[in-house]
Each structure stands twice: as structure tokens, then as C-alpha cells.
Design a protein around this ligand. Structure first.
Ligand code: PRX
Length: 668
């Protein structure tokens, strides 16, 4: 049972302060978890948290022993936020693929299932043991070598959720190549820009992809379009997923299956420095150009591994499922590196929650006896809307822990998750983190932390969140709201923006000296619990996907007839946030279906279909200050239909613009 905590008092230390939880909307971890969990009480959490903050070097030293090192580090950390300089486990040597595969085989767990691949179609699944995975990874690592890939080279992976994606990632880290996974829904243009930004040498893709009712996603065709302008790419490796006919370019393109069949099964892992790059993952920021977030080997692996074990209370025989796409950080840290470094059985799902019907997630849980299930609130909202019959016909009794990530979870879907999926028997971990953080920073621990629907609760061990005022003053005490920042580092933190360290400093460390600024707002409630209130910069969160308003505006601006566009978010029932575009056309051009279509297709072409606007409003002019800056605050209010609390509009160059925007009609 999950107990609702009523007038119960729990002493909890957060940032050295005592907090009390006695809210009647607080859920207490079920008693059956208390005994065997890794962290089995709030007192234990407090004790470890306190130690981790008091002596971080000692704490992160003991945590890092979970990883096999060729050589231990000389110094635990060297961090200077004023220079954006972050290093962990200095001069430590390891190999990530060795830690994720070989060591499990060597310790006698070679026959354990490493990956359960569940295809888009329910009839398709595959299992790979750790021994089988090792052979495949070694073979593909040799293929990469034969194509001239060397330590430090960048390899772009543009794939759907097929096993070869994980194999390719692990093969890259075996030989020290740096992978850059580009989410399979990104357009050819986005792929091209990402390849060029990090000068990737090789691209790995697939013929076509399947996802829900889409059974021919033109992956190779998109790749070919991108490759017209990518001078750094020497070769393309193509996985045959669907077997449809595709063009292969002589001298450039090779088939995965043909190259691997005779490849050697011998490939020693390369010794990597702790601070050698592991991967680049592009994410959106407040400018039009995505940032190549760079993570390095030692600290990232330690952090992904430890958080996976503790936050999901992972145990040796568990079947763990994170439904994310590996194209995003959640898939990197909590499908591949975290679970596999722990020798877990991790599920990789190619499909979508509503195909062939709305019970698909629960079929997979039932079929594979999933113990930990980790998903996004947007998926829960979409499924909740379809009613409970899809759930009731499936056996979910294997579930022990439920998780969410990517966006704030609201009370209705939290309660539905708790009651209908977890049968009031599974703690929910609402995990807050970012591409930049590498792993979870704020989250309940399932058998320790009383939870409140919608709150990510308390910081993980070693994590020091603070709330800042707009002026950068630390906001002390509870019942306060501010900008969420971190004043110390942790091993999983990103190290730089690929090729642009100045941008790294400017984006995260320049606004508030001595802090890593997350870009999120948060409030700390009376009990010291954190509630993430959302982005405070120009970044949208659409179905848990991060999209910069500037990127969408740039794409709209490329459509014929468009003079200017401004994009804001608005509350969306399923997606959490939707995209609302205000568009001004060139003089003499009238709004029309054709223009609307060209706007939508320009966004799909420049970014990908996931960034298409939900609403477009043609506007004669946009609200600008006298210095020409668009006042998005006003546009947000209009998009949210909250025009009565518009605030001061007197600084606008032309306040009458607002009236015409309020009266204007929406086109999509
Ligand atoms: O705004 C926060 C939101 O997602 C942002 C990070 O997005 P991304 O780098 O794509 O990583 C998503 C997966 C880790 C954050 O700045 N976010 C993430 N988790 C939560 C969240 N907002 C509220 N609650 C969460 N649990």
C-alpha cells in the first residue's frame, strides 16, 4: 500500500535544515519497500545526503568504486564555475563499453539478458545476452576501425529505436570514438547541421523506419539529402531494418550486415581518460543554433550508473523499462549507460504507446514482467484520456517502481499513474534533470521519500540546488520561488558545448557568478520540496521534447511571404505545451491556406515534424518595444487566453498592436 500521510511528521534534512512533512496530499512509500531497498528510509536519505554535502570528495570517491578503472584517479574533482572548468576523477582510466558489457560477462553473467528489444509490431521482439552483445559490439567496433574511425573521431547515429543503435554507441566507446545521436524524427536539414557542427566522419543510419502506423520513415533518404552538404562524412553504414529498396552510393555506403558478418570478434577496449569525450548530444537553447552538449567518460558513467541503481532501486534480477527514445538524453543515460553499467536487463521499445492500441505499454509490461517503468507525463496524459479498460485487461503485478521525466507532471495524471497503473502499490519517482546534467538531480527515492503529486521532491546525494532572485541573490528558507541553480558540481555534469566553450560559459555560468543556471524556475514549498515551474528562457517543452522558440521562428521565417515570426508556448492538454506562432507577412501578401501550408512544411523541413506549430495567428504587426525587441510576455498572455493580466504595455512602440492581436483569429 501507499499510505497517504496524514499529520505524520517526518524529520528530513535538506540543506542542513529540518523539514516537516504533514500534508494530507503526501504519499508515503509502501512499507514493503522499506526493508530491502537500497535507501530504505528518509533517515537514511538524510544521513547519506548530509555526508555527501559535507565531504563531497569522500562521497564521490566511494561512489566511483562501482566502476572498473584501469587506473584510479589522482584527484576527485577540479571545478571552477567562474571559468566553466569542470573535471572529475582526474587522470582516471577506464573504458565505458568494458564497464557496460565485458565485466558482466567476466563475472559470470554472460547469459543474462542485456537488451530486450520490443519491435513496433507486437509480434517482433529479440533478446541479446551480455555475451551476444559483446560479440556484436566487438564486431561493429572493428567495422568502424576498418572505415578509418579513430579515437576522438565523431560518429553520427541517425536511427530509430533498433538494437543496432545501442550496439553502435557501445562500439564507439569501445574504440574511443565520440558518438552524436540525432533523434530519428529530425529532418535532413537538422541532421546536416549537426553533422557539420561536430565534423562527423561516419554516419550510421537505416533503410527506413517503422513507428506506429508509419511503416516507411525515409531515414536513408533523409540522410542522403543531408549528405549533399556534409564534407566531413567519408562513409555511411546502413542497417537493413525494413528491407525496402533504397539507393546506395558506390564508394560511400555500406550495409551493416555485410560489413559485420566477417568482422573479427576480437577488439580490446581502448583505455580512455576519465575526461575523454564520450558523446555529444544536441539540444535546443534560446538561440537558433542547437548546442552540442559534451559529456565525458568517467564522471558521466559513475553518475548514470549510481542514479539508475538508487533512484529506480534497481536489483539484480529486475527487468527495467525506460520508454524514452535514445535520441534524447533520457535514452542515453537510462536505457543504455546507466542500466548496462549495472548489468541490468533493459528494454528498448521501437513503437509508440497507441499502436496497435492504447494498451501497448501495458502489454509490454505484462509480457516481459517489467519491474521499473519510466516514462513521460505526456504519454500518461494521452493514455489516461482513453480510459482504464486498456489497462485493466493487462496484468501489471510485476511493477514495483514508476518514474516520470521531461516535464512537470500534474496532479490528475500523477494520481492516475499511482492508482490505475501502480495500483497504489508502486512509488512514483518524478525525476528532474536535463541533457546538461547527464543524470537525475532532483527526485524522490522510492522507499525513502514521501511524495507529493507534481513535486520532484528533494535533491539527490551530492546535489546542492538553490533558488536565486533575478538579481542573483540566494533565496533562503522555504515557501519561496525563484530561478533554479546549482552551486556545486557533480560528476555527470556536461563539460562544454562542442567547439564553443565561450558559449558554454555564457549560457550557464555568466548570468549568476559561481552558479550553474538551469534555465528553469522552481519553488521550494513549506517542507523544502522542489516544484519545477518550467523554463524561464525561450525554450519550449513539447511532449517532453526541448525546442527553442528561435529555431522555430527561423524555420517559419524561411517560408515564402513571411516577414517575421514570434513563437511562444501555450498550455496543451496532451503535449504539456503547444507551439503558438504569431506571423507577420510581407507587405502586399495576404494570409492564405498556401502560406499556412508553406509555414508548416518549412518547420518540418528545417527541424522535423515534432516542431510543427499547433496554432498560427497571422498578425499585422508584433508587439515591440521602442528598441525593437518583441515582447513575448504579451504574446504568451494572448496565447494562454489570459489577456486580463497583460501587465504594463506602455513601453510598447505601438500599444494598439495588442488590441489587434487579441481580436485576431487563429489559423490552425
Ligand atoms: O524544464 C525542465 C524539463 O525539461 C528540461 C530539460 O530538457 P531536456 O534537456 O530535453 O531533458 C529532458 C529529460 C531529462 C528541464 O530544464 N524537465 C525535465 N524533467 C522534469 C522537467 N520539468 C519538470 N519536472 C521534471 N521532472
Amino acid at each position: 500500500m501507499v499510505y497517504i500521510l496524514n499529520a505524520l511528521t517526518i524529520k528530513c534534512l535538506n540543506k542542513g535544515k529540518s523539514i516537516m512533512v504533514r500534508d494530507n496530499n503526501t504519499y508515503f512509500p509502501s512499507s514493503k519497500w522499506l526493508e530491502n531497498a537500497h535507501v530504505n528510509s528518509i533517515d537514511k536519505y538524510n544521513e547519506i545526503y548530509e555526508e555527501s554535502i559535507k565531504d563531497p570528495d569522500q562521497f564521490w570517491t566511494s561512489v566511483a568504486d562501482r566502476i572498473d578503472w584501469y587506473k584510479r584517479w589522482d584527484k576527485v574533482s577540479d571545478v571552477d564555475y567562474n571559468k566553466a572548468k569542470i573535471s572529475w576523477y582526474l587522470n582516471g582510466k577506464l573504458n565505458v563499453s568494458y564497464n557496460c558489457i565485458d565485466r558482466h560477462v567476466e563475472s559470470g553473467n554472460g547469459d543474462k539478458t542485456a537488451i530486450i528489444w520490443e519491435g513496433n509490431d507486437p509480434s517482433e521482439d529479440k533478446k541479446y545476452t551480455y555475451s551476444e552483445l559483446l560479440i556484436r559490439v566487438k564486431k561493429f567496433a572493428n567495422v568502424l576501425k576498418s572505415l578509418g574511425v579513430k579515437k576522438g573521431d565523431r560518429v553520427c547515429l541517425y536511427m530509430q529505436m533498433i538494437p543496432e543503435l545501442s550496439i553502435a554507441m557501445l562500439a564507439c566507446c569501445r574504440i574511443g570514438a565520440v558518438h552524436s545521436v540525432v533523434f530519428g524524427a529530425f529532418s535532413a536539414d537538422s541532421l546536416r547541421d549537426r553533422i557539420n557542427d561536430s565534423s562527423c566522419k561516419i554516419l550510421i543510419t537505416q533503410d527506413t523506419g517503422v513507428r506506429g502506423v508509419k511503416n516507411n520513415i525515409p531515414m536513408k533518404e533523409n540522410a542522403d539529402k543531408a549528405l549533399i552538404n556534409t564534407p566531413s562524412i567519408d562513409s555511411v553504414v546502413v542497417v537493413k531494418r525494413t528491407g525496402v529498396n533504397i539507393e546506395m552510393v558506390d564508394g560511400r555506403d555500406v550495409w551493416w550486415h555485410e560489413e559485420t558478418i566477417n568482422a573479427s570478434e576480437d577488439c580490446e577496449p581502448v583505455e580512455m581518460d576519465s575526461e575523454d569525450p564520450l558523446f555529444i548530444l544536441y539540444t535546443s537553447g534560446s538561440t537558433g543554433k542547437p548546442k552540442g552538449v559534451l559529456h565525458t567518460s568517467g564522471g558521466y558513467l559513475v553518475y548514470a550508473s549510481y542514479t539508475h541503481e538508487i533512484i529506480f532501486d534497481y536489483k539484480k534480477n529486475d527487468v527495467y523499462w525506460c520508454t524514452a527514445d535514445i535520441g534524447w538524453i533520457t535514452g542515453h543515460s537510462y536505457i543504455v549507460y546507466g542500466p548496462m553499467s549495472n548489468g541490468a536487463t533493459t528494454i528498448m521499445f521501437e513503437g509508440v504507446p497507441n499502436y496497435p492500441d492504447f494498451g501497448r505499454f501495458w502489454d509490454v509490461v505484462d509480457k516481459h514482467n517489467v519491474n521499473q517503468f519510466y516514462t513521460a507525463p505526456t504519454a500518461l496524459r494521452a493514455l489516461m484520456k482513453e480510459g482504464n479498460t486498456w489497462v485493466e485487461s493487462r496484468n501489471l503485478s510485476s511493477l514495483r517502481i514508476l518514474g516520470t521525466v521531461g516535464e512537470p507532471i500534474k496532479e490528475p495524471e500523477w494520481k492516475w499513474y499511482n492508482k490505475i497503473i501502480g495500483k497504489e502499490n508502486c512509488p512514483i519517482v518524478d525525476t528532474w534533470w536535463q541533457t546538461e546534467t547527464g543524470g537525475i538531480l532532483i527526485s524522490p527515492l522510492p522507499a525513502a521519500t514521501p511524495t507529493k503529486p507534481g513535486s520532484a521532491t528533494l535533491p539527490f546525494f551530492g546535489i546542492n540546488p538553490v533558488l536565486l532572485s533575478d538579481e542573483g541573490e540566494e533565496i533562503e528558507g522555504n515557501n519561496r520561488q525563484g530561478l533554479l541553480a546549482l552551486n556545486t558540481s557533480w560528476p555527470g555534469q556536461m563539460r562544454t558545448i562542442y567547439g564553443d566553450h565561450k558559449r558554454f560559459f555564457d549560457t550557464y555560468f555568466s548570468q549568476f557568478s559561481g552558479y550553474y543556471f538551469t534555465g528553469d524556475g522552481a519553488k521550494r514549498d513549506k517542507d523544502g520540496y522542489y516544484w519545477i515551474t518550467g523554463r524561464v528562457d525561450d525554450v519550449l517543452n513539447i511532449s517532453g521534447h526541448r525546442i527553442g522558440t528561435a529555431e522555430v521562428e527561423g524555420a517559419i521565417g524561411k517560408a515564402n511571404g513571411v516577414a517575421e515570426a514570434a513563437v511562444v508556448g501555450f498550455p496543451h492538454d496532451i503535449k504539456g505545451q503547444g507551439i503558438y506562432a504569431f506571423v507577420t507577412l510581407m507587405t502586399g501578401i495576404d494570409s492564405s491556406e498556401i502560406i499556412l501550408k508553406s509555414i508548416i512544411s518549412s518547420v518540418a523541413k528545417e527541424i522535423g515534424p515534432h516542431a510543427k506549430p499547433d496554432k498560427v495567428q497571422f498578425a499585422p504587426a508584433l508587439p515591440k518595444t521602442r528598441s525593437g525587441k518583441i515582447m513575448r510576455r504579451i504574446l504568451r498572455k494572448i496565447a494562454e487566453k489570459d489577456v486580463n493580466s497583460m501587465g504594463d504595455i506602455s513601453t510598447l512602440a505601438d500599444p494598439s498592436v495588442v488590441e489587434s492581436l487579441i481580436k485576431g483569429s487563429i489559423q490552425v
